[in-house]
Ligand binder design. Structure first.
Ligand SMILES: [Zn+2]
Length: 161
């Protein structure tokens, strides 16, 4: 990996998700690649999902971070296929979500819908699996609101998509 390319990854790692400011766009799995053609770098991003209002904000934040670091000639390329999946969230990202009080996605994307299985979502506060879904929509459309029967705390669950 060239020095400049490594530096770009470093810059991207400092761009936080606007909704969950403890997880970077790299750990969230939004940044797919940093490619290089003849003389330009291209940052390839896949939005979490097209309806997410944070997507535009994320693109703006990445652009601003690249410009600030002197990579004004680096391009931003949005790739919609394959679609983003919560499986792309890194281990570091999952730990950061939990630390922030958001339960990271459990199980394989689509499995719940496919088999009608309700996966237990462990409480990010006390790790109890005695939790109940309160609402399919939490603080944002990307999250669901759950409540823990163990400690009584409500928490956001990062939906498995
Ligand atoms: Zn709990």
């Amino acid at each position: 990996m060239s020095d400049r390319r490594a530096k770009i990854w470093q810059v991207l790692d400092g761009v936080m998700d606007p909704e969950v400011p403890v997880i970077s766009v790299v750990d969230l799995g939004i940044v797919r690649d940093v490619c290089q053609d003849d003389k330009h770098f291209n940052v390839v991003i896949t939005p979490t999902y097209s309806g997410c209002p944070a997507t535009v904000q994320i693109e703006d934040d990445i652009r601003a971070a690249l410009d600030e670091a002197g990579f004004t000639d680096a391009g931003l390329e949005t790739r919609l296929a394959p679609a983003w999946t919560s499986a792309w969230i890194s281990e570091k990202g999952r730990a950061a979500l939990k630390e922030f009080g958001i339960a990271p996605p459990v199980g394989k994307p689509g499995k719940r819908a496919l088999f009608g299985i309700e996966m237990p979502v462990p409480c990010p506060h006390c790790d109890s699996t005695e939790t109940t879904l309160v609402s399919e929509f939490g603080s944002t459309a990307c999250k669901a609101l759950w409540k823990c029967n163990g400690c009584g705390e409500p928490f956001d669950y990062f939906k498995c998509i």
